[in-house]
Ligand binder design. Structure first.
Ligand SMILES: [Zn+2]
Length: 409
């Protein structure tokens, strides 16, 4: 009986893999790729933020189905609405359960109580008892599960007689490092290059843990049944210095349209600007004529710090964006940002709500008991295509809300 292990390494930009490769440190990923399919041109989605993309991957659809695109400015209540863990579509764990298979999530939080629950056999949610568990702690739990040792789920001690039919594991180390946070004993860095080194070191150790885990799976015989997907939700893009938020607001206001930030607006405001970290969403709360819209687009595009201006129709049509989404979305050029505050002096910031390649182009690999060995996809594949394709090809299961045409994996 085939089983599926889905590993998500949050924030694994393909640019990190390229650097690993260049430094001769990608051997384990490359070895595993030989036993399956490696995606050289895998894409995140719009918006490339954690919870929206984590849920999109698990159901094969975007925010017009999940209703999660992180946040929006509600035009009626004039408030910012955060979507938190909203996940309105059928996910992989739901489908496995429905067909009487067992499921388990280790730290994949979008499946917590949806449907996986602490202390429930056959549909289990597991968190490390440590307050800040890292990839080593979580691999330890995963190895214990494979070896039938006791693990803690909620208040309960449990052991797995058989590995779950679907197991999801989530790691956030690479994302935390990528954001240039203090992480374990690694301090926040002043410069981007130092942080890249931290990330590479972590990915080297991660590969060693992964290799040990695979060897355990081989020794117990589990590997013969296992299909393993390793992918991520988005990449990571650095940004520096002063925010361009006030520049954009000045620019629009000078053109005769009253634009204000979502944190400070009044009855006269026509456009509300809602930043996340890098990108900026614009909500038209007073009617705008099409010529006003066109002028606004050319005005924004005339600025050297603006990379892309997306309009609502395009975002709904090409990126499955929820209808409550912004009227326009501005993605800045590499290094620029629309964050609500400037970068701290002598530090850089980094995030992933960007249309730059470093955020959009991501890591993805499927291997194990699969039909295609040493296959490389150089064509563009969207990350939401992976799980629905594996489910269709190997389990004959369909996700109700998925918009994906299954591909050969
Ligand atoms: Zn993330």
């Amino acid at each position: 009986m085939k089983k599926l292990l889905y590993i998500n390494i949050d924030g694994f930009s393909y640019s990190y893999y390229e650097r690993l490769k260049k430094e001769g440190k990608s051997q384990i990923f490359d070895k595993l790729a030989g036993d399956g399919t490696f995606f050289h041109n895998l894409s995140s989605g719009l918006v490339s933020i954690t919870n929206p993309m984590q849920s999109a991957i698990l159901c094969g659809a975007y925010s017009n189905k999940t209703h999660n695109f992180y946040q929006h400015f509600d035009k009626k209540s004039l408030q910012i609405v955060k979507h938190k863990r909203t996940f309105d579509a059928e996910n992989v764990a739901d489908v496995f359960l429905k067909s009487n298979k067992t499921v388990c999530s280790l730290h994949q939080f979008m499946l917590e109580d949806n449907p996986c629950k602490e202390g429930v056999e056959g549909n289990t949610y597991i968190k490390s008892p440590l307050a800040h568990s890292n990839f080593k702690d979580r691999f330890k739990i995963l190895k214990d599960i494979v070896q039938g040792k006791y693990v803690i789920s909620g208040e309960k001690k449990m052991s797995f007689k058989e590995f779950p039919d679907f197991m999801a594991v989530y790691f956030d180390d690479i994302d935390s490092l990528g954001h240039n946070n203090d992480y374990g004993d690694v301090p926040k860095r002043h410069n981007f290059e130092d942080r890249q080194k931290d990330i590479i070191d972590c990915l080297v150790e991660f590969q060693q843990e992964l290799d040990e885990f695979i060897n355990i799976c081989k020794s117990t015989g589990l590997y013969d049944d296992l299909i393993i997907l390793i992918t991520t939700d988005h990449g990571m893009t650095p940004f520096f210095g002063k925010s361009k938020l006030s520049d954009v607001l000045d620019l629009i206001n000078k053109s005769g349209i009253k634009a204000d930030s979502a944190f400070d607006f009044d009855d006269e405001s026509q456009i509300i600007a809602l930043p996340y970290t890098i990108e900026l969403s614009l909500y038209f709360i007073k009617p705008m004529t099409s010529s006003q819209r066109e002028r606004l687009i050319s005005l924004l595009e005339s600025k050297d710090y603006v990379d892309r201006v997306f309009v609502k129709e395009e975002m709904e049509k090409n990126y499955g964006l929820d209808e409550r989404g912004p009227d326009m979305l501005i993605s800045p050029t590499y290094g620029n940002h629309f964050y609500k505050k400037d970068c701290e002096e002598n530090y850089f910031g980094a995030s992933h709500d960007s249309f730059h390649e470093t955020s959009q182009h991501i890591f993805g690999l499927v291997f194990g008991n699969v039909n295609h060995k040493g296959q490389i996809y150089t064509d563009k594949v969207n990350v939401i295509e992976l799980l629905p394709s594996i489910l269709k090809n190997y389990f004959n299961l369909t996700l109700k809300d998925s918009i994906v045409q299954p591909i050969e994996i």
